[in-house]
Design a binder for this molecule. Sequence first.
Ligand code: NAI
Ligand code: MG
Length: 339
Amino acid sequence: NKIPATLIPGDGIGPEIVDVVERVFDALGSPYEWERRQAGLNALEQGGDLLPEATLDSIRRTGLALKGPLTTPVGGGFRSVNVRLREAFQLYANVRPARTIIPGGRYENIDLVLVRENLEGLYVGHEHYVPIDDDPHAVAMATGINTRAGSRRIAQFAFDYAVRNRRRKVTIVHKANVLKALTGLFLETARQVASGYEGRVEVDERIVDACAMQLVLNPWQFDVIVSTNLFGDILSDQIAGLVGGLGMAPGANIGDKAAIFEAVHGSAPDIAGQGKANPSALLLAGALMLDHSGLFNEAQRLRAAIDAVLATDSGRTHDLGGSVSTSAFGDLLTERLRG
Ligand code: NAI
Ligand code: MG
């Protein structure tokens, strides 16, 4: 009984790393029945649409997608496909775990999860310029929108996530001392949600700038972090940096009706087609998808295999200072999984 899921190869290094994912999932016992659909620059070139209706249809049906990176053309007024997908499926929670895999980096034993509100805040796209005299861009204005319902939903998600994954603490990150209404509402609502988890999950609060510093000084004091869209965007890249950068960072975009899993990195046009891409981030996104489907065993087997291959010098891709190619990395993983 395979679970139907949408698979989007994407652009640049996307097809190479998605190929590895397909082979590795076969070796895991093929838990998913993939529906291959296009999105991104390749879809635009072939069919005239960055986000074809057939792709949206497939995700509507499966409610589950694994997505390679997409190139959004600069200029031409194209809206980011990633943002369109978030809005189309109301993917309100962006989950970004950061875990040390390769020892010997700047920080050992990092195990953090950042939960970012994905639809509101300063990223709602309400921006405009105000002209003065002959300067059309004399003033720039942006409106942030946070709602009680949206704040409650993301806070609830973060605390439920903590309980489900046996996490000890949730840190609410805000800037309510300056953005008193915008992030004050978020803080007030998150506190209310937190009170429902008393005795089960520890609660902590930080102002975002102090939190950024403390993440560098002592990241081990944190566990799950929940924040608004803009702060969450910035802090999630910061925690990816603690564990060695974008090549290893997976992300999940989760809503009530659909979930889309992806690597945090982009299409890496500078190394596309050269066998230099590290598929680990997308594979780890695949592990998050297995978790989401309740296939915890398979998720654990996949993570353990990735850890084991990366622990060897001969299992490092170019970005990690090694020389193994993208597809040879896939071979090492499939061999290990098939025992
Ligand atoms: P990028 O993440 O594609 O590349 C940044 C640097 O990291 C490059 O030097 C690249 O070679 C390297 N890199 C990235 N992923 C790697 C991997 N798996 N293995 C080895 N090295 C890797 O970011 P950039 O260059 O800013 O963006 C390129 C394109 O990707 C743009 O069109 C951008 O819009 C798109 N993008 C798409 C995202 C998505 O679909 N989720 C996210 C970020 C960017
Ligand atoms: Mg970001």
